[in-house]
Design a protein around this ligand. Structure first.
Ligand code: FES
Length: 153
């Protein structure tokens, strides 16, 4: 069940795109920008208002990695698991990040500061293994460097 204040955020966005073909992605984008993520009750509201199946809304959210149905941390950490990074030790870096943050991939730290995800090749293979924190690239990473890098945030 949505609160009145959440509905007051969602409905103008939905109305703005109501009659525009291909409206689902822009609607979800704007809502995520405002609310931060797209929980099941919001997905249901969007489906009802746009008169489309809930499975379609859910499908789009799970297909595109920039949509999230869970709350995101203040900083997003993406560990590249492309081939170059994988063979140069990305898994060890990921393990250290998981240990330091006490979370698994796909989760957000208890203090809501970091969300840890896996990415495909980010195009800087010469720096493998690579981790991105927000828009910043950290290359040639060793697990030992992880605590110091996290400390910068
Ligand atoms: S495989 Fe990691 S940057 Fe290309």
């Amino acid at each position: 069940m949505l609160t009145k204040s959440t509905e007051e955020i969602l409905n103008p966005i939905i109305q703005k795109y109501q009659h525009i073909p291909g409206n689902l992605i822009p609607v979800l984008h704007e809502i995520q920008k405002q609310i931060g993520y797209l929980p099941p009750e919001i997905q249901e509201h969007v489906a009802n208002q746009l008169k489309i199946p809930l499975s379609q809304v859910h499908g789009v959210i799970t297909f595109y990695s920039f949509f999230s149905s869970t709350p995101q941390g203040e900083h997003s950490i993406g560990v590249c698991m492309g081939t170059a990074c994988y063979v140069r030790g990305a898994e060890d870096v990921l393990e250290r990040l998981q240990d330091e943050l006490q979370i698994k991939r796909g989760e957000t730290s208890a203090d809501k500061r970091f969300t840890l995800t896996i990415t495909r090749c980010v195009g800087t293979c010469s720096l493998a293994p690579v981790v991105m924190i927000d828009d910043k690239v950290y290359g040639n990473l060793t697990p030992e460097e992880v605590p110091q890098i996290l400390g910068q945030y």
